[in-house]
Design a protein. Sequence first.
Length: 231
Amino acid sequence: MARYRDDRVLALDANTGEGTLTTRIAAESPETLSSLLEGSEEVTGYLGMRSYTTRCESGLEVVGADTDDRVTQRLAERAFLADWRRTLAALDRHYRLTVIDPAAALAARLLPYADQLVLVAPASEDASEAVAMTYEWLDGHGCSDLRRRAVMVINGVSRRSLPDVEQAEAVASGRCRAIVRIPWEDELAPGRPGPVDITHLRTGGRRAYVALAGVIVNGLAAAQAKQEVAR
């Protein structure tokens, strides 16, 4: 989305552990999600917000994750709700699109602010069970509408995993807005060290990610048009 749109696009890495977005980029800023939450009240313009982000070659800006799991747990506490509201409002002023990857502890806190969900399942034998459990959790937490408008991504698809992929898609079919397959990419393999160079993705992978971006943006446009009609 950052490469093909003129809008500012931000990724908020609210996850921890290995393989987070922060570990796959060449970080410029020492600031993290927790420092942004603490300092967002003092941000008065885009340049102030820019001091908290790393800008990738594609134009994507990233707010880095905290490396301490205990920090993420604290950010999920009710005491931080005001900080989240203030920070997300500040991001809305400076970025047209904000993508958030939340840790499990934070997901429930952030769902009320989400316009659209992108749910990712691995292309493995556990995919169908993961999809079913995710949908049940969303329905059980009052998020059925978000679930119906969600995009389900089956990630790391290969010829060997096709039977598992088809089984997962059968579970998701009719329960979400769209299903997108993303092929396996060595450049994005778990455990691969160092920053990712998206120009090294194969043609099929690049096309799949562009298609996914289009599906997401179409969903946002449809939701906006529906709101305008309602007014």
